[in-house]
Design a binder for this molecule. Structure first.
Ligand SMILES: C[S@@+](CC[C@H](N)C(=O)[O-])C[C@H]1O[C@@H](n2cnc3c(N)ncnc32)[C@H](O)[C@@H]1O
Length: 316
């Protein structure tokens, strides 16, 4: 860092709610599975001198920034560059049988949006990349230029809930005949032109849903979320809590449905005369009946928080 003061770009969302609902003042071992620039981790470490945090992130560049911020906490903090789907293995390898809190703050960080070379944003031109983990091969460029158009349309419809998916895909196909689409700026322009201007959304850029859809596809975000949610409960001690902050409805639906399934002993419809689900065991108790959302003051200080939803459950 050459002695310079580093500026942290990302403001952690729902920080007070995370500390309160994960019971961070009691002292314990926590996993911040999406450590990013370390905002939540720092808050957890400050909440009790007895807290330890294992922070995970699949992005090497961002974890280096967290390292810088958190070195002062010494052995109370461990940072690991890995994918959170490997959490069961990460804990097993360290001989940790259960943790007191697990936090997932999903998606990408403001840092990613601001680094145009990572290709997540459309406000400044950058390469069509969108990988969180740059060790992986597949990029947004590969999808946009080489995937069958039908598959691109499905991605836009499924992950972006984009009603103009067909028109956008057709425009991408036409552009592909002229040459490859290389940059975020070019793609944003193609998408904007494909959507009739009278249907351009007022508050967001017309390419927002397309970019979200591609990002989800490149990083397999929903698949990984489902996988880790299914694996997570046994990683908690009894009474340990899991908190997940989601930023769009597809993520939140997965969290809600999984908590519901794990929060009930039997998942058969109540009108069924006999249990057919094999007598499931309840593994989680839902703590937040409705998701927690940021107060107006937080949203006005940090507009990115506006769509955040935190759901918390406890291991029974
Ligand atoms: C919203 S940011 C977290 C911000 C952080 N809570 C803070 O306060 O600075 C999400 C982070 O999760 C990371 N991430 C997303 N999916 C991941 C995955 N499957 N495994 C590990 N890290 C992931 C991203 O690289 C990003 O840095």
């Amino acid at each position: 860092m050459d002695g310079a003061v580093r500026r942290y770009i990302h403001t952690p969302v729902l920080p007070d709610e995370v500390l309160a609902y994960l019971q961070c003042s009691q002292g314990g071992v926590f996993v911040d599975a999406t450590v990013g620039e370390g905002g939540h981790t720092e808050a957890i470490l400050n909440a009790s001198p007895h807290n330890k945090v294992i922070g995970i992130d699949c992005d090497r560049e961002i974890i280096e920034r967290a390292q810088d911020r958190l070195t002062q906490y010494g052995e109370r903090m461990t940072l690991i560059h890995d994918d959170f789907v490997h959490l069961p293995h990460i804990l097993r390898e360290r001989g940790i049988e259960g943790v007191d809190g697990l936090l997932f703050d999903l998606g990408i960080s403001s840092f990613h949006f601001e680094e145009e070379k990572r290709g997540f944003g459309f406000h400044r031109d950058g390469p069509l990349d969108m990988r969180m983990d740059t060790r992986q091969k597949l990029t947004a460029y590969d999808i946009v230029n080489h995937f069958p158009l039908k598959e691109i349309e499905t991605i836009l419809r499924r992950y972006g809930e984009e009603r103009w998916a067909k028109r956008i895909t057709k425009a991408i196909g036409q552009e592909r005949q002229r040459g490859n689409i290389k940059n975020t700026g070019a793609l944003a322009e193609i998408v904007s032109r494909a959507i009739p201007s009278k249907h351009h959304p007022r508050r967001i850029h017309p390419a927002t849903k397309t970019f979200l859809a591609l990002r989800i596809a490149v990083n397999e975000e929903l698949k990984k979320l489902e996988e880790i949610l299914n694996d997570a409960p046994p990683l908690l001690t009894k009474g340990g809590r899991i908190g997940i902050i989601a930023f769009h409805s597809l993520e939140d639906r997965i969290v809600k449905e999984t908590f519901k399934k794990m929060g009930s002993a039997c998942i058969c419809p109540p009108d069924l005369p006999q249990c057919i689900c094999g007598g499931r065991q309840q593994v989680l108790q839902i703590i937040t009946k409705h998701p927690l959302t940021p107060r107006a003051e937080e949203v006005s200080n940090n507009p990115r928080a506006r769509s955040a939803k935190l759901r918390v459950a406890e291991r029974v």
